[in-house]
Ligand binder design. Sequence first.
Ligand SMILES: [Zn+2]
Length: 83
Amino acid sequence: MIRVVLEEPKKLSVEEAPIPTPGPSEVLIRVKVCGICGSDVSAYLGKHPFVKYPVVQGHEFSGKERRQSSRRTVSHMWQLLSL
Ligand SMILES: [Zn+2]
């Protein structure tokens, strides 16, 4: 998967990262769209008091949840999500 990392204020990098494996109580979401809010702008400018660099931003997004199906003929199913 591709992710954008804010390495330090005003310094972004694009990198390849492995697809994470969700735990038993977690879900894996394929992000389709992502918003930018005031917290993201503050972090980018180095003015957010709680951000520790490097950080992957984008906590407001929509996508599809991938989870295992109980049917053997279907390997997975998708459900729309917004967070
Ligand atoms: Zn926000």
